[in-house]
Ligand binder design. Structure first.
Ligand code: GLN
Length: 191
């Protein structure tokens, strides 16, 4: 069993916690810097990235969290708003971010007509492609990727999931499709 943190300041953290618990992990709802001690993995959930950044600053969590992730010793899954926080650059509108993943993301990049949609994708992990249902909710779009990153999933030939060092960033909500395989590949499982 691993001890996995889920950033729980705002947004879709409960569904991630459920998936991780089903995989046999102990979940820590991360709200303060002292809880980073002893974590063996971390999820940054979807939600509203501007609100999440303000709450991170308010909780004095932004710098300790940044240092913890940059140590590079534990896997991190950043989904949707979490990917926005993890990106190097954010547009529409611009806002602060951690810069763990060398990508540019455009917030709400699919336009008003298609705020939310689901589609079948293939995602690569453990050297294999896996089918998966991807749920997009006011999702960001990855508009630029630096050469050092691996693209692990695409939709219409556009990157929707990337990996760099210990951080995996996805534009969709893997915790909502009833399929734990991405969480399992990143954090392992007891079950
Ligand atoms: N639109 C949100 C933002 O810009 C992200 C949406 C999500 O996480 N589902 O922060």
């Amino acid at each position: 069993m691993s001890r996995i943190g889920v950033l729980a300041l705002q947004g879709a953290f409960a569904a991630h916690a459920k998936v991780l618990q089903e995989l046999g992990h102990q979940v820590v709802e991360l709200r303060s810097a002292s809880q980073l001690n002893g974590l063996q993995g971390l999820v940054l959930p979807g939600g509203e990235s501007t609100a999440q950044w303000k709450l991170l600053e308010g909780a004095a969590l932004e710098k300790p969290l940044d240092g913890w992730v940059r140590k590079g010793t534990a896997p991190v899954l950043a989904t949707c708003a979490g990917l926005i926080l993890a990106a190097m650059k954010v547009t529409s509108p611009e806002q602060k971010s951690f810069g763990w993943l060398e990508v540019t993301v455009a917030r709400n990049g699919w336009g008003r007509q298609v705020n939310s949609f689901e589609t079948d994708i293939r995602i690569a992990f453990q050297n294999e492609e896996h089918p998966m249902q991807a749920v997009f909710i006011r999702a960001p779009r990855i508009t630029h990727i630096s050469p050092g990153l691996s693209v692990i999933a695409q939709h219409d030939r556009e990157a929707i999931a990337v990996q760099q060092r210990n951080v995996t960033g996805v534009t969709f909500h893997p915790e909502l499709s009833g399929d734990a395989s991405l969480h399992r590949s990143i954090f392992g499982a007891e079950t």
